[in-house]
Design a protein around this ligand. Sequence first.
Ligand code: PLP
Length: 497
Amino acid sequence: MSHAPASEPLQEHSLDPDDWDAFRAQAHRMVDAAVDKMARNREGRVWNPFPAEMKAGFQAPLPTAGIGAEAAQAQMEALLPYGVGNTHPRFFGWVHGSGTPGNLIAEIAAAAINANLGGRDHGAMYVEKQVVNWCRELFEFPDTASGIIVSGTSTATIIALKAARDRCFDFTSRKRGMQQSELGQLVGYTSAQTHSCVARAFDILGLGSDALRKIPVNARFEIDTVALQAAIAADRAAGLTPFAIIGTAGAVNVGAIDDLEALADIAAAEKLWFHIDGAFGAFGILSERLRPRLTGIKRADSLAFDFHKWLHVNYDAGFVLMRSEEVHRYTFSERPEYLKGAERGLAAGNPWPVEYGPELSRGFRALKIWAQLAEHGTEKLGSLITQNCEQAAYLSELVTAHAHMEVMAPVAMNICCFRHTAPGLEPAAVDALNDEIVIRLQLEGVAAPSTTIVNGRNAIRVNITNHRTTRADLALLVQEVHRIAQDVLAGQASTAS
Ligand SMILES: Cc1ncc(COP(=O)(O)O)c(C=O)c1O
């Protein structure tokens, strides 16, 4: 028997609260604050600029001793009114989805599970597999197609175009790079209206953004397929190696939809990879109004799109769908000894998502996507897409009927680009007027459209991927655009006199 003195009990710590009841009350307060924010989404200003004192609050030095749960929560709650404004019905800028209250609950459940979806055999993986299966079904891809959830279309595009690139090299490029190949310079083709993430993917993949040919568009802002074929022939004649065509289902500036069937035909005839950027427009497949123009999607080799845009899943949630699971896996699979799979136990459930993309650690984005589809179903989500398209057409009618405004591009989907006119002003002054109108709409909290350039002229760009928008919001927008234009023009006149 030992007579050694009893040692002091070892003090061990964790990050869990000491008082779970107090934590529960604190969590309920945050849920209440979040639900209150959601319930008041239609009220008040669209965008609240972040106050200077709050900016200063986020410049505090790195805390060595924590400020505690209460103080941290107070700072988080204070943040709630200061989003970009995309939960408000008059947020029309860029392409932002508007989120749903239901996703709040999914995010709480995902945080509680705290799963890592790089791989392994656990419940969250089966949720993601279900989302992949649903996407396959929705876009009529074969049963052998694969897919992966990512942050957004920019990342999805990199994954898709890496597969297109590596397939050209029979995957030797994964080890040897592209220099030691006889293929020479690879070139790809897209419309001049395509989002910049495609050129960025060319840059990131070492192809160089100049290797992306920007083909001119027709009067509807769709890729000119005759010019496309001529460009491919010219590049082949010059000894270059065409490898991919990138079509767009909903171009970012005006919402144009390329002739996807024609692009699929050209890609097949030329033996090129056919990728589609469907960031927001791909979900038009759920809308009776848009579906006939999107039949070409099912012929793509890869499709990139976002759930956080027209499906209103909370940020962030993108996806890449690949026709060939094999090509997809050959492009990314890497299973070192410490990531070895197994038939049984936690290392089962192969192949793992890490074999389909660059990320090993991956959060549980799948749950909020699954929850949105499960709660609302494709019929309702599709009817809201149709509603947004009808609203964009309605806005275009309001603008056309207005004596001092004009529509600048046909409304193909959910985007209406227009401007306030000012007879007698130089074109550059009219451009400046429209930029000023947009800034004032945002600063006054009335609405938040963004700007773009259409046929060389500045436009007020209204994108409606917003299930809260009503026609009354659009009528108010038109009224306010005119009011601000009159104010600006009156101000200029008084300064000049
Ligand atoms: C047509 C189009 N493609 C690509 C993107 C980039 O998507 P993400 O911001 O999800 O990376 C956008 C974003 O608005 C877009 O509208």
